[in-house]
Design a protein around this ligand. Structure first.
Ligand code: NDP
Length: 400
């Protein structure tokens, strides 16, 4: 029995609202709060139609700690699911400490004025959460999130030591737009335009953006050009699995997408600093977000599927073995169930399961933790129950 506060009413917030409502035996009281209350109201109305469950709504500016604390003291949630933007992670964590509430998010903190994501800011909260007897679960979407739990599951059940990890993320969906991002455009473009980086032999190796790429074959999809990029879960995985000799992250991009991205960068529209326009200060990437398709609206005509997984090589009983664990998610099925597309779905479902684990006391330990630091088994069971079934392949050619 638990009270949950969801912060953020975008694509991911839509899925979380649906999923907690579908599990209303556990989430007995639900409040959805965001900067624009009308978006919360629209989601609540739709969830009511789909599930019959009543969701309360509120307006909150999650950049302002006292506003958050006031809301938390009024509603008294057991846990906050933070699916606003990475910029709000620290203010929401501060408010959780002040109000005595457990915390969960899906993306690590980023300062607004620097396109850089690192766990150091959030890991620095460990002692304060520990002393307060509160649990903070970091990065509980799909990647980060399920990919780290897949790795923990592989290490627990199938290997004595894992040596090589390649996280492979393919979106083979088609939304029919010339250019759109699958989640918040500002965060997405900041992520994919930065330099590549991977872990090898105890150190980070940096590459130019999209410098390393190769076709990889995805189940039920086929070969897709996949690009090595830096992704935040690599930072915690190499720390928590010190036997890793190499850890990399690959994401598929279509040629059309990359061409648009190159133009956006070359003409300065990906800039995150302020420029003067008509006597007003604007940040180009924020202006770009305003004219691009809203990722939350892509769902209706989205066809195809995503395929995200981990390809792992290591040692079991003295012998080398390979292992591939993955989930495929259909955009159409996600939209039919929740009104949101597959990328929001694959993020919102794990966030809901993580909150479930915490409320049930299964993933509850005072401090700040990445998801791979908890027991993967009960979470893996719930993935199958809640709409993200996974599959395993043993001793196959990993192509990497
Ligand atoms: P959206 O941009 O669609 O939604 C973000 C929501 O947060 C909006 O409702 C927005 O309000 C709200 N918000 C922004 N700033 C504030 C604020 N200061 N106070 C209160 N609310 C605020 O993003 P998505 O739903 O696509 O993504 C949500 C999160 O999920 C992001 O952090 C993203 O990085 C993460 N993510 C994680 C993935 C994973 O696999 N781990 C994959 C995809 C996304 P408004 O409507 O007023 O703008």
């Amino acid at each position: 029995m638990g009270k949950v506060l969801i912060i953020g009413a975008g694509g991911v917030g839509t899925v979380v609202a649906n999923k907690v409502a579908q599990n209303s035996d556990l989430f007995t009281d639900i409040l959805l709060a965001s900067r624009t209350k009308s978006k919360c109201d629209a989601i609540a109305e739709d969830v009511k139609k789909r599930t019959g469950v009543e969701i309360k709504t509120a307006r909150v500016d999650a950049d302002i700690v006292p506003e958050l604390v006031e809301l938390m003291n009024r509603f008294k949630p057991d846990i906050v699911i933070n699916v606003a933007l990475p910029y709000q992670d620290l203010t929401i964590m501060d408010a959780c400490l002040e109000a005595g509430v457990h915390y969960l998010d899906t993306a690590n903190y980023e300062p607004k004025d620097e396109a850089k994501f690192e766990y150091k800011w959030q890991w620095a909260y460990h002692d304060r959460f520990k002393e307060a007897g509160l649990t903070a679960i970091l990065g509980c979407g799909f990647d980060p999130g399920v990919t780290s739990i897949f790795t923990a599951y592989a290490a627990k059940h199938h290997f004595d030591e894992i040596h090589y990890l390649d996280i492979v993320d393919c979106n083979a969906g088609d939304h029919g737009k010339a250019f759109a991002t699958n989640f918040n455009p500002e965060i997405n473009i900041r992520e994919v335009t930065q330099k590549g980086k991977y872990w090898e032999n105890g150190q980070w190796v940096e590459t130019e953006p999209h410098e390393i790429h190769k076709p990889l074959t995805y189940p039920n999809i086929g070969p897709r050009e996949s690009y090595l990029i830096y992704h935040e879960e690599l930072e915690s995985l190499v720390k928590n699995f010190p036997t890793l000799k190499r850890a990399r992250f690959w994401m598929t991009f279509g040629q059309e997408y990359l061409t648009h991205l190159r133009v956006i960068q070359n003409i300065g529209m990906a800039r995150i600093d302020e420029v003067e326009y008509n006597g007003q200060k604007i940040v180009p990437i924020q202006f770009l977000k305003a004219v691009l398709p809203d990722p939350g609206e892509l769902g209706e005509n989205y066809t195809g599927e995503t395929s995200i997984g981990c390809r792992i090589r290591g040692i079991k009983d003295g012998k080398e073995r390979t292992y591939y664990i993955y989930n495929n998610c259909s955009h159409e099925a996600a939209y039919k169930e929740t009104g949101a597309q597959g990328v929001s779905y694959t993020t919102g479902v794990p966030a809901t399961i993580g909150a479930m684990m915490c409320l049930q006391g299964i993933w509850k330990k005072p401090g700040v933790f990445n998801v791979e630091e908890f027991d993967p088994d009960p979470f893996m069971e719930q993935l199958n129950e809640q709409g993200l079934p996974w599959h395993e392949l043993f001793d196959v050619d990993l192509e990497l």
